[in-house]
Design a binder for this molecule. Structure first.
Ligand code: BTN
Length: 327
């Protein structure tokens, strides 16, 4: 590692504490002037570093530059994030991750992009991904569980991400069945899971879990229509969350939820967060719009609805789309 990389790693590991120029110089084995030059160089790369006379240097809490070292500093996982790929731009991190998975990438590999030119949402929709504003990440998993359990991946991921966002910003995060996260009634995050079946069609070869979180205020980048339904963590909380911390928190949480998925214990939390439940909704079921009462979530994370004639249906995510609460 060169001076700049060692400096970044040292600052990343200081957990927000200042480290004096003298201490950095000693630790890295260079002069204080070389430390100062490396700080300047990191700043030109976009890192926000605070320098205070008599205290020293630290990475700013509002730094917004994605960095493997800064993610690693908060990572507490076994395998998620062992391999981290950070891209300035790609069409879609899900596409990139699928290609990487086909080439043999290991379980837990994560692909992150600063922007996506064709971010994908469910049902062929676009996920608007302005540069530097969101956390656009995809995790490759090679699970050994059966296909029924595999159908729970997105709902478990929704709980995991909701918990991670709450941990950093202390504001309630709700889930709109099946894969959207909401804050104060507007969407802050969408999740798109894509999977490839193994040869015997009994289990998955791999799945990619794509997570898009609107982190920083991006009002100017969203169309007027989108602004009505979408928001960002910053717009709702006033907090400029560091995407590196958030990425690590998501990976920590996701690894834990997926390792316990077979117990279905998370379903209780999912039910508590889900907000269609208890409301009259419209849902597009296999191409037809129906009005129904959302009764709740079953043990397979399906939405239970009651139709006007009293019929009860359990909807899987593949069957229903565009569920909306009727006010
Ligand atoms: C949705 O809202 O319907 C799902 C949106 C999922 C967006 C994320 S951003 C990272 C990953 N890459 C993509 O192209 N999509 C997912």
């Amino acid at each position: 590692m060169n001076v700049k990389e060692t400096l970044l790693e040292t600052l990343a590991e200081s957990d927000g504490e200042y480290i004096s120029g003298a201490m950095l110089a000693e630790k890295i084995g260079v002069s204080r002037n070389a430390v100062w030059k490396a700080v300047r160089s990191l700043e030109t790369e976009g890192y926000l570093i605070e320098a205070v006379t008599s205290k020293g240097y630290r990475i700013s809490a509002v730094n917004n530059r994605l960095s493997e070292k800064l993610i690693r500093a908060s990572l507490k996982t076994e395998s998620f994030g062992k391999n981290i790929i950070i891209l300035d731009e790609t069409d879609s991190t899900n596409n990139y991750a699928k290609e990487t998975a086909v080439s043999g990438a290991e379980h837990g590999t994560v692909v992150i992009a600063d922007t996506q030119s064709s971010g994908k949402g469910r049902l062929g929709r676009t996920f608007v991904s302005p540069k530097g504003k969101g956390l656009y990440m995809t995790v490759i998993i090679r699970p050994d569980f059966d296909l029924e359990t595999a159908s729970l991946i997105t709902s478990a991921a929704a709980c995991a991400v909701a918990g991670a966002v709450e941990e950093l910003c202390h504001s309630d995060v709700k889930i709109k069945w099946v894969n959207d996260l909401y804050m104060n009634g507007r969407k802050i995050c969408g999740i798109l899971t894509e999977a490839s079946l193994g040869m015997e069609m009994k289990s998955l070869d791999y799945a990619v879990i794509g997570i898009g979180i609107n982190v920083r205020s991006a009002e100017g980048s969203f169309s007027r229509d989108l602004r009505v339904s979408a928001t960002s963590v910053e717009d709702e909380t006033g907090l400029k969350i560091d995407r590196n911390r958030l990425c690590a928190e998501v990976l920590n949480s996701l690894e834990r939820y997926l390792s316990e998925i077979e117990s279905r214990n998370y379903i209780r939390e999912y039910r508590n967060r889900e907000f269609l439940t208890g409301n009259t909704i419209t849902a597009n079921v296999n191409g037809n719009t129906v009005i129904a009462f959302a009764e709740g979530i079953d043990d397979n994370a399906n939405l239970i609805i009651k139709l006007p004639d009293g019929t009860i249906k359990h909807l899987s995510s593949g069957e229903a789309s565009l569920c909306r609460v009727i006010e």
